[in-house]
Design a protein around this ligand. Sequence first.
Ligand code: PLP
Length: 236
Amino acid sequence: MSLAENIRKVQDHIAAAAREVGRDPGEITLVAATKVQTSETIREAIAAGITVCGENRVQEMTAHLADNAYEGAALHFIGHLQTNKVKFVVGRVNLIESVGSEHLLEAIEAQAAKLGMVQDILLEVNVGGEASKSGVAPEELPALARRAVELEHVRLRGLMAIPPAARLPGENRPFFAEMKQLFIDIKSKIDDNGPVIDYLSMGMSGDYMDAVREGATLVRVGTALFGPRPPMGKTP
Ligand SMILES: *Cc1c(COP(=O)(O)O)cnc(C)c1O
C-alpha cells in the first residue's frame, strides 16, 4: 500500500473508533511520527494530508528543518529531550509533547524566556510506572502541572503518555482510561486559571483506536503509515 493509502486508512480507523464512542472525529489529530524518514517522505506525507509531524530525535529534526521538509504542517517534538538540546527545540516546534520532569520544564522556560516567546508543552506521564520510561509519575503530576502554570514562557496544553508495549490487543486500554481521568483532573484544577488544557496525546500504531475510544485528541503513528523501521541503532 502507498503512503497516501496508509494515511487514509489510519484516518478512517480513527474516525470509526471515534464514532463508536460518540466522539466527533474532528476532535482527533493524526500526528505522523516521522523518525528515520527522509525529508522526501515527510513532504510526501504532508502532500497526502498529514497536518502534524512528530519528531523524537533532535539531530534528524534539525536536518529536516534545514530542508524545509515540514512546510505545510505543524511540528511536535515527541521524544526524550535532554536539557542540553533544549536550545535546538524551543521556538522551532509548535508543541513539545514530552516534558516529564521539573528540570526539563525549567530549562524550556529559560530558553523560551531568552527568545522572548511562549512555548506550548504537554507533560509526559509515566502511566505504566516503568523504570525505563521517562515521564512524571501520576502522583507527582499535579505538582508539576502547577509549576508549569506558574512559568511565564511555557503554556501547558495537556498530557502525553507512552504506555508499556502491548503484547495483546486491548491491553493498554486501562492505561488510556487512567490518562483520560488524569487529564480531566488537571483540566478541572487548572483551566479556570486561564490556560486551555486541550491536548491528550496517546496511542501509537498498535493501539491508537483504543486511545481514541478513551479520549485521545492526538495520536502519534509511525509504523502504520510508513511501514516498519530498521532496528534502533542500525539507522544511518
Ligand atoms: C516512534 C514513536 C511513535 C510511533 O510509534 P509506531 O509504533 O511506529 O506507531 C509514537 N510516539 C513516540 C514518542 C515515538 O517515538
